[in-house]
Design a protein around this ligand. Structure first.
Ligand code: UD1
Length: 422
């Protein structure tokens, strides 16, 4: 197994290109199941989660090839010959559940293992299932699998979510494109990844209105056709690298960055004393003079502060001036990075869904263990400004969601390398 070794090395200068969004790509890829014509995605990120989704789609009979060094995914589902998504693949990645809606809508049947994924709470899939039931699917849970059928096809329905779910909205949206009649998705997630999915589905011939708002209306069509679509910029990778100069000092431009993707996050950076400026090519981040100030943060569905940036923001707050309260509202067990940051000298008290972070002048490098994707990158960020060497273990979590992290951070002057564990 590999580790990443970071040594605090002073201010960072230069630019970092931001990749296409992992979470958008993971919902755009299953959209290929909706059509017998090719779907090509450009600006795809090169990540192990994408390889997992590739293997899952191939296991269903789809053709998936990566071109242009992995940044283009050419897919075709003209000959689907299997409707079972097996546990062996699904357990590696929770987003596998996103094949359920499109597979059912296109073929009238789908059997999908209940997913595993990051260990950040219970993360049930009841909302995905309720949405499909509202469109007339028959569902049965047996032996750890969801058995779904709709022999006469799905029917348009009202899907009224009791809470906002990104994945359930995506499954419902994809399924509704081929359902007979009109579907209305209420209390829909408004994340940029949903908007990107709707744009792609529209290119494929879907009739969708209201994406990016809490109510999406879909007029079902008989069939969808092929399309080519660029994956939207990864706002979480963007926010993560915006924190690098905020923590280590300096001035870094994030190429491809857009303010509309990270509004709530930028408001918090501004309050903490970090300037963010939009340019023609991206976002420039530069902390103002003096120590960053503590700010309170509450995670919420988009357009609120994203849960996927909570761990990284905590890394910034560890050395901020004052006391910060970080409230985690989306997942109930998402502070696993706190004890690891504490090993580096941070002062953090976790009380239920809230972490109280009292800023210290400087962190000290230590061997730490990554426990999930965003936690692992938060430890790297903390290491950028820590005194001495931080060794982050279990980096396979990182490979799920960040491409070329060592190359990207070295290019702006960080002292960081990937090493093989003895
Ligand atoms: C997606 C993102 C993930 C991000 C999360 C919240 C992908 C691949 N992953 O995950 O990175 O952290 O959105 O922004 O896009 N819930 C239920 N029942 C369900 C579904 C969800 O109770 O059927 C709950 C979850 O446990 C959680 C909340 O709803 O507490 C929000 O989860 P959801 O938005 O569904 O997250 P994901 O789509 O899994």
């Amino acid at each position: 197994m590999d580790s990443i070794v970071v040594t605090g090395n002073g201010p960072l200068h230069g630019s970092i290109p931001i990749a296409g969004a992992k979470n958008a790509c993971l919902t755009l890829m299953p959209a290929t199941l909706l059509s017998d014509e090719p779907l090509t995605l450009t600006n795809a990120p090169r990540l192990s989660d994408i390889k997992t989704m590739t293997a899952l789609l191939q296991s269903l009979g789809a053709e998936v090839s990566d071109l242009a060094d992995g940044t283009v995914l050419a897919m075709s589902s003209h000959a689907l010959d299997n409707h079972t998504a097996h546990y062996d693949i699904v357990r590696k990645m929770r987003a596998s559940i996103l094949v359920l809606g499109p597979l059912l809508a296109r073929t009238g049947q789908a059997v999908v293992s209940l997913p595993g994924g990051c260990a950040i709470g219970a993360r049930p899939v009841d909302l995905h299932l309720r949405a499909l039931e509202s469109m007339g699917a028959d569902l049965d849970l047996r032996d750890g699998y969801v058995h779904a059928s709709a022999p006469q096809g799905l029917k348009g329905g009202i899907v009224d979510f009791p809470l906002v779910s990104v994945g359930a909205t995506e499954n419902a949206l994809m399924a509704a494109t081929l359902a007979k009649g009109t579907s209305v998705i209420k209390n829909a997630a408004r994340e940029p990844e949903i908007v990107d999915l709707a744009h792609c589905l529209r290119k494929m011939g879907a009739q969708i209105e209201g994406e990016g708002t809490a109510e999406i209306t879909v007029q079902g069509v008989d069939r969808l056709h092929g399309a080519t679509h660029p994956v939207v910029t990864d706002r979480i990778e963007l926010g993560t690298y915006m924190l690098a100069p905020a923590i280590a000092g300096g001035e870094v431009e994030l190429l491809g960055g857009r303010l509309d993707l990270v509004g709530a996050f930028v408001e918090k950076l501004d309050a903490a004393g970090v300037d963010v400026t939009e340019t023609a090519t991206g976002l420039v981040v530069k902390p103002r003079n003096g120590r960053v100030k503590s700010v309170d943060v509450t995670t919420e569905p988009f357009p609120g502060f994203p849960t996927d940036l909570q761990a990284q923001m905590m890394a910034l707050m560890c050395t901020a001036d004052g006391v910060a309260h970080l409230h985690e509202n989306i997942f109930e067990n998402r502070f696993m990075h706190a004890p690891e940051l504490t090993r580096m000298g941070a002062q953090i008290e976790v009380q239920g869904g809230m972490a109280k972070v009292t800023g210290v002048a400087r962190l000290k490098g230590a061997p730490v263990m990554a426990t999930d994707l965003r936690a692992s990158v938060s430890l790297i960020l903390a290491g950028l400004a820590a005194e001495g060497e931080t060794r982050v273990g279990r980096v396979y979590h990182l490979d799920r969601g960040y491409e070329h992290v060592v190359r990207k951070l070295s290019s702006v002057g960080a002292k960081i390398e990937r090493v093989k564990d003895a």
